[in-house]
Design a protein around this ligand. Sequence first.
Ligand SMILES: Nc1nc2c(ncn2[C@@H]2O[C@H](COP(=O)(O)OP(=O)(O)OP(=O)(O)O)[C@@H](O)[C@H]2O)c(=O)[nH]1
Ligand SMILES: [Mg+2]
Length: 363
Amino acid sequence: MFKKLFGKKAQTNTVEDNANEDSANIADEATLAADNAADQNIEPSTPATDLAVPEPSKKTWFKRLTQGLSKSNSNLVSGIGNIFTKKKLDDETLEALEDILIQADLGTQTAMKISEALAKTSYDKEIEPEQIRQLLNQEITQILTPVAKPLIIDTKIKPYIILMTGVNGAGKTTTIGKMAAKLQAEGKKVMLAAGDTFRAAAVEQLTIWGQRANVPVVTAPAGSDAASLAFEAIDQARAQNIDVLLIDTAGRLQNRSELMDELEKIVRVIKKQDATAPHATLLVLDATTGQNAVNQAQIFGDKINISGLVMTKLDGTAKGGILVAIAAKFKLPVHYIGIGETIDDLAPFDAKQFADALTQTNL
Ligand SMILES: Nc1nc2c(ncn2[C@@H]2O[C@H](COP(=O)(O)OP(=O)(O)OP(=O)(O)O)[C@@H](O)[C@H]2O)c(=O)[nH]1
Ligand SMILES: [Mg+2]
């Protein structure tokens, strides 16, 4: 049956196929994907009871965000306080400030920008920690504002296909579960695809998230081909009139080229179903990995077209500043941030809120 479906698609896609230099290979891959899907006992699971969670209020979320970022905040705020107590702004204090900002993973670019801005207005003057903190807050807000963009699901596209990528343990599966609950609570029909076919435990983990969020999960036995699963999940999403299909993938280190090639293959096979898909390709970054997250954003972005970021584990890390470094360097939209392991520990990214949580005192 899958072969038949694919055949129909291939006919209508001739122009696009001709334009594609890899068309023959891709067509083979997609046919294979469909065949594999048929052989792999790909199953949709049925959702359990309704456990969807409402959006936390802005105030509650800010409180939790500040708690989550308290380590990053106290390092920055106390560091600034220690340097600038009754001290003039000179080369020595500027350098000490840059060190603190770099240690907080804000990135050299941001650190230099802030110290230059300070030097311009206040060099050789006595300066209060409060002034530094305010300037830092302004700079961070300015860097983050252009990237704080909500994930907008185009309701004209059905299913709207979201592919989740990232290194091992970044928080992809957990984020899918959290996003599924949010989208479902908005009234959208959501489906998950357990595209991490490497480990049985990964399939199980996503199935549990599907139950929590009350959405169906398409699975295949461990060891199946991930691209085939994605291909089949799109068929099932169409058949069930699904609004949003979230596809999980196995974690892969950005420097393992064969795994990165597999990710490219998943994208190619998805495109055989819908040339405009994936409609969003999200890279999930773990804040605790600090500077390595910059490297991940670079390499994943070079390999596949990353449309936006989700940063997880901002709770309890002293490296919350990494989000600022990544925003300054890549200017990719940041859709969500995660501050915990439970279903409601994810919220759309708000630049001012984040800058305040990172730099305000007496929160
Ligand atoms: N504290 C905290 N833990 C998180 C957050 N997001 C995910 N985790 C935890 O991080 C661990 C890894 O999360 P997963 O969602 O399994 O990560 P993954 O990217 O799917 O991992 P692989 O499939 O192994 O590549 C789990 O223990 C999660 O509960 C977060 O925002 N904060
Ligand atoms: Mg996973």
